[in-house]
Ligand binder design. Structure first.
Ligand code: FAD
Length: 347
C-alpha cells in the first residue's frame, strides 16, 4: 500500500500534522517505535495556557493548574513571575492526539521503526521484517534524535541531557520552580508540581563531565530538607533536549521536519510542546496545498511560515545560551539577560 504522507513519530508534532492532513482526506500513515504513544513520558509536562487557543485538550490530560514561575538564582535570590499554564498528563495528551489523527482518517502503526530510505522507498522495521513503502511526502517528526533529519542535515550536535524523577509532594503547589547553580552547566534544575507529585529534574549540557544522577540526588536532598517533596520516586525519566536551535533545512525535496526533529525547541528553556503543535499545523497546511496542487515546491511555504513565527526568537535564545555558557563563571550576574522571564532578556 502506498501513501500520500508517511509521518515518522506519533509525538505532538507528528500526530498534529497527521490529524490535519488526514482531515482533508489524504492517505496518511503515522508510525512510532513505541508500544503506546506518549509512553514512557520524557517531559516535565508544562504548557502555557495560551496553547489552548491552538489545540483542544481533554480534561483528563490536565494534571494541574499553574499560576506562575519562581526562578532561584545561585546567590539565593528568588524572582516570581506570572506564567499561567498547566502541567499535563503527557502520556494521555500524546495518546489523545494520536487518537484524533486516527479519527480524522490516519493509520497508526506502533512498534514500527523507521530505518532509512532505499530506492525512494521508506524502510520500516515491523514485527521483525523490513517493509518498504512508497509515499509522496515524508515527515520527520521523530524527536530530538531524528533519523530523518540526519538524512537531510547530518548530525545534530548540541543537546541538553536530562534526568527527572516524579516525587510525591508534601503539599500542593501552584508555581513551577527553576533553579540555577554553577554545577548545572548549560542548564538548570526544576520542580514542576502536579497535583500530588512533582516532576523534579536536572538538565545539563551534553558532554559536560558531571554525574547527572549525583547532581539530581543533591538537588532532591535540598528539596527534602525544605520539606517540599518526599524522596521516593514513582517515575524515573531520562531524555535529550535539542539546544542548538533550528536545523539548516526543515524542507528538502519531498521531506519535512517538525518539532524536536527540526530543532524548534527553545534553546534556553527546553520547551518544545507549543512549537511541535503549531509547526505541525503549518506543516499540514503546506502538505495539503502541495498535494492538492500536485506541486511539492509548495512544501517550502512551511519553512517560510514557521520561520516567520519562531526563527527570530529561537536565534535570540541560541545567542543567549552561548552567552550564558561563555560567562558561566559569572552566572548570577548574567542570568537576567539570559532567562526568558526577565525584561533584560529582550533588551
Ligand atoms: C526531560 C524533559 C523535559 C521537558 N519538559 C518540557 C516541558 O515542560 N514543556 C515543553 O513544552 N517541553 C518540554 N520538553 C520538550 C518536549 O518534550 C519536546 O519538545 C516535545 O516532545 C517535542 O515533540 P515532538 O513530537 O517533536 O517529539 P517527541 O515527543 O520526541 O516525539 C517523537 C516520536 O518519534 C518516535 N521516533 C523516534 N525515532 C523513531 C524511529 N526511527 N522510528 C519510529 N519512531 C521514532 C519516538 O518514539 C517519539 O514517540 C521536555 C523534554 C525533556 C527531555
Amino acid at each position: 500500500m502506498d501513501y500520500d504522507v508517511v509521518i515518522i513519530g506519533a509525538g505532538p508534532a507528528g500526530s498534529t500534522t497527521g490529524m490535519y492532513v488526514a482531515h482533508e482526506g489524504f492517505n496518511v500513515l503515522v508510525i512510532d517505535k513505541k508500544i503506546e504513544p506518549g509512553q514512557p513520558v520524557q517531559c516535565a509536562e508544562y504548557i502555557p495556557a495560551l496553547l489552548l487557543r491552538e489545540i483542544q485538550i481533554p480534561s483528563d490530560a490536565f494534571a494541574h493548574e499553574i499560576k506562575g514561575l519562581k526562578v532561584y538564582f545561585p546567590d539565593k535570590g528568588v524572582y516570581e513571575f506570572s506564567a499561567p499554564g498547566y502541567i499535563l498528563n503527557r502520556s494521555l495528551f500524546d495518546k489523545y492526539l494520536a487518537i484524533k489523527a486516527i479519527q480524522e482518517g490516519a493509520t497508526l502503526w506502533l512498534k514500527t521503526k523507521f530505518t532509512g530510505i532505499e530506492n525512494n522507498r521508506i524502510c520500516l522495521l515491523k514485527d521483525g521484517r523490513t517493509i518498504r513503502i512508497a509515499t509522496k511526502i515524508l515527515v520527520g517528526a521523530d524527536g530530538p534524535n531524528s533519523k530523518v533529519s540526519r538524512i537531510i542535515n547530518g548530525d545534530y550536535k548540541d543537546y541538553i541531557v536530562a534526568y527527572q524523577q516524579e516525587l510525591p509532594l508534601t503539599k500542593e503547589m501552584a508555581y513551577t520552580e527553576v533553579y540555577f547553580d554553577p554545577k548545572f552547566f548549560g542548564g538548570y534544575a526544576w520542580l514542576f508540581p502536579k497535583k500530588e507529585t512533582a516532576n523534579v529534574g536536572i538538565g545539563i549540557k551534553a558532554g559536560y563531565k558531571a554525574n547527572i544522577k549525583d547532581l539530581h540526588r543533591e538537588f532532591v536532598q535540598k528539596l527534602v530538607a525544605e520539606k517540599k517533596v518526599i524522596d521516593i520516586p514513582v517515575r524515573i525519566t531520562t531524555g535529550l533536549i535539542p539546544a542548538g536551535g533550528p536545523v539548516a533545512k526543515t524542507v528538502y525535496r519531498s521531506m519535512l521536519l517538525v518539532g524536536d526533529a527540526a530543532g524548534q525547541t527553545h534553546p534556553v528553556t527546553g520547551a518544545g510542546i507549543p512549537q511541535a503543535i503549531i509547526c505541525g499545523k503549518f506543516a499540514a497546511r503546506a502538505i495539503i496545498s502541495a498535494l492538492k496542487n500536485g506541486d511539492l515546491n509548495l512544501l517550502y511555504d512551511y519553512e517560510v511560515n514557521w520561520h516567520n513565527l519562531y526563527l527570530s526568537e529561537l536565534v535570540r535564545a541560541l545567542n543567549k545560551r552561548k552567552k550564558m555558557e561563555e560567562n558561566w563563571y559569572r552566572l548570577n550576574e548574567i542570568l537576567k539577560e539570559c532567562w526568558v522571564s526577565f525584561f533584560e532578556y529582550y533588551e
